[in-house]
Ligand binder design. Structure first.
Ligand code: 3PG
Length: 306
């Protein structure tokens, strides 16, 4: 059996070593396609592989067509909006993610972005503190929970909206649940986005929602750029010079944001949330173990396609 790691943004070396150990202990071969620059390279690399480990790498119908031996794709991470699930199912390929494995890394980055922004991006001007501020977690999954855990230590008041998480769970963890996204945005000084990108959530963070934010509100996006309606975000930031946007996913109109909103906008140059040795090791080794479990024993826990 041949397992291929496909990472345009590579794992830390220590994580690749850990994955190799798992794969080779199972008697399989490991191949690597890192920092590739064209789809052709990807299509060529998959032609004889049985399993693929990916990050945000796009796995579409062309990739499944080019990989006749493929049985499983594991997204080493949480969001799998980069995989064509219907094409996978049509080709008889199992798709899994590794939920929770990189959640702390993303949460620490979200808090880091908040601190940077309230401290005026370290430009020497007086900023504000997070202590006592209302933080809205949208939504309360693995990353949202980790953000809440860290924010508690900073003395923030934490609110959350999650249509799928029972309110009792939040209350038991010291979080104030709210009944709607509208209420969350109207209540909180800072909102941290943790919703997946799905047809229902795409462009859902719009003008109508953002205009509810209190004065000096801030939106923190370590989730996906697609969930924010970019045209609406630009419009509300023009209409409300008090609002800030900080993100780990460069928007399509990054240059316009930089020019139009100095001191109110920041984007990492490349998605960095999950880019820690620990997260790479956790997610990478979990992916390797899930592949071995699937190929040897048919275990399909964490399968995300039908
Ligand atoms: C995820 O969905 O797990 C995060 O967005 C991290 O993505 P990455 O592995 O591409 O950094």
């Amino acid at each position: 059996m041949k397992v291929l790691i496909v990472t345009e943004k590579p794992f830390a070396k220590v994580a690749v070593d850990g994955i190799r150990k798992e794969i080779e202990a199972a008697g399989y071969e490991l191949a690597l396609l890192e920092k590739y620059t064209s789809k052709e390279q990807l299509l060529e690399a998959v032609k004889d592989v049985n399993a693929i480990i990916i990050r945000s790498d796009v796995i579409d119908a062309d990739v499944f067509d080019a990989a006749p031996e493929l049985k499983i794709v594991v997204r080493a991470g949480a969001g799998y909006d980069n995989v064509d699930l219907a094409a996978a199912t049509a080709h008889g390929v199992c798709v899994m993610n590794t939920p929770g494995q990189n959640a702390n890394a993303v949460a620490e980055l979200a808090i880091g972005l908040m601190i940077m922004a309230v401290r005026s991006f370290y430009d020497g001007k007086a900023g504000t503190e997070l202590k006592g501020k209302k933080l809205g977690i949208h939504a309360y999954g693995n990353v949202g929970r980790n953000v809440a855990r860290i924010a508690k230590g900073l003395g923030m008041d934490i609110y959350a909206y999650d249509a799928y998480c029972p309110q009792e769970v939040m209350v038991a963890e010291g979080i104030r649940p709210v009944a709607s996204a509208e209420e969350l945005y109207a209540t909180c000084n800072i909102v941290s986005l943790h919703i997946p990108s799905t047809p229902a959530t795409k462009n859902s963070i719009d003008y109508e929602l953002l205009e509810r934010m209190p004065k000096n509100g801030m939106l923190v996006n370590t989730a996906r750029k697609e969930v924010v309606n970019e045209a609406d975000l630009i419009r509300i930031m023009e209409d409300r010079p008090d609002l800030k946007y900080v993100t780990d996913i460069k928007p399509a109109h990054h240059d316009e944001f930089v020019e139009t909103f100095p001191g109110r906008y920041f984007s990492t140059p490349k998605k960095m949330g999950a880019q820690t040795a620990e997260a790479n090791i956790n997610a990478g080794i979990a992916a390797a173990k899930q592949i071995v479990g699937f190929l040897k024993d048919g275990c399909d826990k964490f399968r995300v396609n039908k």
